[in-house]
Structure formats: C-alpha cells, structure tokens
Design a protein around this ligand. Structure first.
Ligand SMILES: Cc1ncc(COP(=O)(O)O)c(C=O)c1O
Length: 390
C-alpha cells in the first residue's frame, strides 16, 4: 500500500534532486576538501557552492554558515558558545515550549551547572509572554534562545521583533529555526540574529546534517574542538555529501516557499475543515492565524492519540501524536500542557504535518479513515456517552 506521509515535522523525504546532486560525491569525488590536490579541491569547490546556497535561504553571508551534524548540535553549540563568551553571566532565558534540544539543555545547565534558567510561559494559543521575557532581561543574562516556530503546533513566535529588542540590550540571541526553515521566509540580516539553527532532514535533505548561522564578527567558541574546518568553528572532516545535498535542498526550499504558503496551506486548511466538519468534539491547538502553513495539531476528545495513530498506521498513514511517549508514560506533550490544553483533548491530539508532496486525494483518504476510527474508539471509551464527552 502506498504510504501517505503527513509527518514532515518529524522528518522529510530526501528530494530526488537532492539525491541526484549527492550521488557523484559518494563514489566518484570522494576527496577531502582540505587536501592540497586538485581531486580534493573539486569537492572543496562544490562545498563552497553549497555554503552559498544555504546562506541564500536565510540571507546570510557564506562565511556565516557553520555545518554541524544536526539541529541539536547547532542548538547546543550556540548555547555553549554564548556561555563561554560570557563566563560571568549566570542567567539564561528560553520558553516552556522549546524542542528538547534546547529545553533539556537548559534544564541540564540549571540542574548540573548552577545557571538561573528562566522558562518564559506561553498563553492558551501558544503566544509567548513577551512582557515577562523583556522584564527578565538583565545584566546577568548570558543568552536568550527561542524557537522561531513550534514543532508540535506550528505556532510562530515574533522572532525578528524579539531579536531586535534583546540584542539592543547587548544580550546574545539564538533562535532554533529548525521548523521555520523552508516553511516561512527567514532573513537573518533583517531579523538581527546572532545565531540560528537549521536541520537538513526537515527540508528534504538527509539526516545528520545541520547548520549554525553565526553572525559575522561574533566571538564564537567551538563546541567540537579539533581541526581548522569551518574556519575553526567546528572541528571534524566535513560531511561533504550531505552538505552538497543540503545546498541543493536549500535552493529547492527557497523556490518552494510560495508553494508552501499557498498550496500546502490550502491542503492543511482543507484537512482541518473536513475533520472539524465531519467529527464532533474536535479542537485545533494553537493560534490559527499565526501557524506554519503545513502544520495541524488537532485534538479529539475522549480518545487516545496513540490509538488513533495505530488505526491510521493500518491504512499506511503516517502522522504523530501530541504525547511524549517516553519510558512507558503517555503524558501529554509539554507543549500542550504549557498551553493549558485540557487533558481530554491533549491526550487525543494528532499532528499532521504536510509537504508539497501531499495531495488532496491523500487528505480525503485521511478524513475517510479518521471518521470511522474516531467513532470506533469513542464507542469503546469510558469518557464518551450518547454522542458527547462525559
Ligand atoms: C524545533 C526543533 N529543534 C531542533 C530539532 C532537532 O533537530 P535534529 O533532529 O536535526 O537534531 C528538531 C527536530 O525535531 C526540532 O523540531
């Protein structure tokens, strides 16, 4: 059965154009870009092109691009660099709804390294409490790190505005733009970013390649100390093949931004409308007007997200749930809890995240699967009686 893939915030299909660009660099052009010979230099030249393509997606200069192994490494590198640059400052600020790449790092820094970590809350729609953020800034703040767009709900924070206010105070600002890249325009110059993280596998490049944008002139302390690669900002022989693929993926992502904004948004809205129309007791999480165009976080009362996923999986439909299903616990996600989404709805939340590869027929198939699936689960649910939640 053909897979219907609507889990693009988890990872994406590597685009055929990206694979095509990468293939010669596996077996044919395998030189080390740092070598003095022409064979290695050929790869070096191709990396230069890739660096330019990545820079273009976010309006950076190529020298401001540091290749890493993933979004998590980019986030960690940014924060450790900021702390090393400000050894006397002990306050660090983020939000309650970050990805674990930042959230767990901040908890580690608080619990094991004695930092005063501030987790700025969000409201019911997922908007950041910017008043609290600005009130928290002080001479003791080493870094502020906030995500551009949320991976679960798609809610977008006003990052350019926040970055401007934070950096005006001389405080370092990092943004995790892993979910925003390729879905909304990013302009690091206009937004006055200090550092920004991207991840290849969210934009149709392979897994295992990330980017940290580091503003020109910013004192950067490498996280991986080693060779002179990446102008001394990240030791280790470059993942040449993936970097080349990422370059092409960034070029495609830039070209597809209008498609994301129109066609993918329309598909997502269609799916949302259909589900809301055909199934009772359903609610959409997050600010509907201020979301990534591809993301739909939708809660079905009185059922469990995992059970829905299992029924979808039988139809080869890939989506994800809003629960952090770790170590056997089925707690609703920290993002939905932070937004005070009622447990009955958070527990039955499904995230559909689309890409330009999805079609209207696929959306129709999802709806046709969901309607009886929810009915079936509610018929067995102790929380559902006579067509409503009890
Ligand atoms: C917002 C956000 N930040 C960071 C990451 C981590 O990226 P990677 O998987 O490349 O480490 C993810 C991945 O899900 C993400 O959604």
């Amino acid at each position: 059965m053909k897979v219907i893939y609507t889990d693009n915030n988890a990872t994406t299909k590597v685009a055929d154009e990206v694979i095509e660009e990468m293939v010669p660099y596996f077996g044919q052009f395998y030189g080390n870009p740092s070598s003095m010979h022409t064979f290695g230099d050929q790869v070096g030249k191709k990396l230069k092109q890739a660096r330019q393509r990545v820079a273009d997606l976010i309006n950076a200069d190529p020298d401001e691009i540091v290749f890493t192994s993933c979004g998590t490494e980019s986030d960690n590198s940014a924060i450790f660099s900021a702390l090393n640059a400000n050894p006397d400052k002990k306050q660090i600020i983020t939000s309650t709804v970050e990805h674990p790449a930042i959230l767990n790092l901040f908890k580690f820094l608080r619990d094991k390294k004695g930092y005063d970590a501030v987790f700025v809350p969000v409201d019911k729609k997922g908007h950041l409490d910017t008043d609290m953020l600005y009130d928290s800034l002080s001479d003791n703040t080493a870094v502020v790190s906030l995500m551009w767009a949320n991976n679960e709900t798609g809610v977008i924070f006003p990052i350019p505005e926040i970055a401007k206010k934070v950096t005006e105070k001389g405080i370092l600002f990092h943004t995790d733009a892993v979910q925003a890249a390729g879905k909304v325009p990013i302009d690091v110059k206009a937004a006055n970013m200090d550092m920004l993280a991207l991840s290849g596998h969210k934009i149709h490049a392979p897994k295992g390649i990330g980017v940290l944008y580091v503003k020109k002139g910013l004192k950067f302390h490498p996280y991986l100390i080693g060779g002179h690669q990446e102008k001394g900002r990240r030791g280790g022989t470059e993942n040449t093949v993936s970097i080349i693929g990422l370059g092409r993926a960034c070029e495609l992502a830039a070209a597809h931004l209008p498609v994301m904004d129109k066609e993918v948004r329309q598909l997502r809205d269609y799916l949302q409308e259909q589900l809301l129309e055909k199934i009772p007791s359903v609610s959409v999480n997050g600010d509907l007007e201020n979301r990534l165009p591809n993301t739909l976080s939708i809660g079905f009362d009185a059922v469990e997200g995992e059970s829905i996923l299992m029924l979808l999986d039988k139809e080869s439909i890939c989506a994800s749930s809003g629960s952090a299903c770790t170590s056997g616990s089925l707690d609703p996600s920290h993002v939905l809890l932070a937004m005070e989404v009622p447990f009955k709805s958070a527990n039955g939340t499904i995230r559909f995240s689309l890409s330009h590869y999805n079609t209207k027929e696929e959306m129709d198939h999802i709806v046709a699967t969901m309607v009886p699936a929810i009915e079936k689960l509610r018929a067995m649910s102790p929380f559902w009686k006579d067509g409503k939640m009890v």
